[in-house]
Design a protein around this ligand. Structure first.
Ligand SMILES: Nc1nc2c(ncn2[C@@H]2O[C@H](COP(=O)(O)OP(=O)(O)OP(=O)(O)O)[C@@H](O)[C@H]2O)c(=O)[nH]1
Ligand SMILES: [Mg+2]
Length: 380
């Protein structure tokens, strides 16, 4: 029996609406905590068929985001804590914290700090050249004024790419294909997204398209169970495109809001991986030419210039439409986000600021820049 899209609030509404149609045993499973204990796939086919009939009676998903709820200070703190320890933030704090003089040496130091924080030569040159020109024109009264200009220039690099992922409710399911090299955080990001979208009241299905690595399916299933989200899988070594095709068929027939597909990060050869991703896209397109609606490439923020090379490689072969930069909380220098923005102009959808389900933030340029270069540093 195929898995199906389901969440507890919808079930409760359905059972309230048509109690006479329910079998007593099923009704017990469908209420409160009991529903959590029984994975959706344990329910009978007859029930599943009625579920899709009941769907129109259910209210539209509410745009509740864990992110919008906290006060703005709370939300900024969720960025500051993980990013404050990055090479970028520490380098800038040590540079401006010692009240530097306003001179060419300060520009040289900024340049060195940016380059060593993975910002890359192109973005660094763009920013430093602008500051040098304005310094020459006498635009800055002191180092604090130059610091504010640096913040503005860096934010301007990010603003065009800080484009949230817009899930079009008319596409049922909206399909996200997740790609990226091994170990970058694809499966973890899918788990975080599953939680995020489920909490918004959307019905989510996952496809275990990484059929290469042992335990990959299990890892995704664990995230699925944790969030009450069904996972379509086949055995290890199955054809990835076929798993994702099955999942798409299933998500369409169940009228899911979202299908998120995992893929392998490594095959026997890199060319093999690119071929597999192209095949997945071709096979999906047979069912719905518009899918995937988003090809989300996940990048490990600790890998610096390597990350830039990876995007270059995947962009063409996989048709990447958006980026997620993970692990910015750990030993990341943090500057690679600027390098990616300058190099590709691809939308940065999310950043990973930890391993837990809630550690994914929709990318907001001002929050990122404030965490890296807090306004308070302008005072020296
Ligand atoms: N600190 C930190 N760790 C993360 C983050 N995202 C993922 N990880 C960790 O990175 C490791 C690899 O994550 P996976 O999700 O398995 O990576 P993957 O891309 O699916 O890897 P493959 O399946 O091998 O291709 C795990 O230990 C995750 O917990 C993050 O934002 N911050
Ligand atoms: Mg994985």
């Amino acid at each position: 029996m195929p898995p199906f899209c389901f969440n507890t609030p919808i079930m409760l509404k359905f059972w309230k609406k048509k109690p006479s149609e329910s079998k007593p045993d099923d009704a017990t499973e469908a209420t409160g905590a009991a529903a959590q204990d029984h994975p959706p796939a344990a329910l009978p086919d007859a029930f599943l068929d009625r579920l899709s009939d009941a769907a129109p009676a259910v209210a539209e998903p509410e745009p509740v985001s864990a992110e919008e709820a906290p006060t703005s200070e709370d939300e900024q703190a969720r960025w500051n804590r993980p990013l404050g320890g990055s090479g970028f933030a520490r380098g800038m704090a040590s540079l401006f914290g010692r009240r530097p003089a306003l001179d060419d040496e300060l520009l040289d130091d900024i340049e060195t700090t940016l380059i060593s924080a993975d910002v890359g030569v192109a973005a660094t040159t763009q920013v430093v050249d602008d500051l040098r020109r304005r310094l020459g024109k006498g635009e800055f009264a002191d180092a604090g004024a130059l610091f504010r200009a640096l913040r503005t220039d860096l934010a301007a690099l990010l603003e065009p790419v800080a484009q949230p992922l817009d899930i079009d409710p008319a596409k049922k399911p909206f399909v996200i294909l997740t790609v990226g090299v091994n170990g970058v955080g694809k499966t973890t990001t899918i788990g975080k997204l599953a939680k995020r979208f489920s909490m918004q009241g959307r019905e989510v299905m996952l496809a275990a398209g990484d059929t290469f690595r042992a335990a990959a399916v299990e890892q995704l299933q664990t995230w699925g169970e944790r969030n009450g989200v069904p996972v379509v899988s086949q055995k290890e070594g199955a054809d990835s495109a076929s798993v994702i095709f099955d999942a798409l068929q299933s998500a369409r027939s169940r009228r899911c809001d979202l299908l998120i597909a995992d893929t392998a990060g490594r095959l026997h050869t890199q060319a093999g991986l690119m071929d597999e991703l192209s095949k997945i896209r071709r096979v999906m397109a047979k069912l719905d030419a518009e899918t995937p609606h988003e090809v989300l490439m996940v990048i490990d923020g600790t890998t610096g210039q390597n990350a830039v090379n990876q995007v270059r490689q995947f962009r063409e072969a996989a048709g990447v439409t958006g980026l997620v930069v993970t692990k910015l909380d750990g030993s990341a220098k943090g500057g690679v986000v600027f390098a990616l923005a300058r190099e590709f102009g691809l939308p940065i959808r999310y950043v990973g600021l930890g391993e837990k389900a809630d550690d994914l933030r929709a990318f907001v340029a001002e929050r990122f820049v404030e965490a890296m270069l807090p306004e308070s540093l302008a005072a020296g």
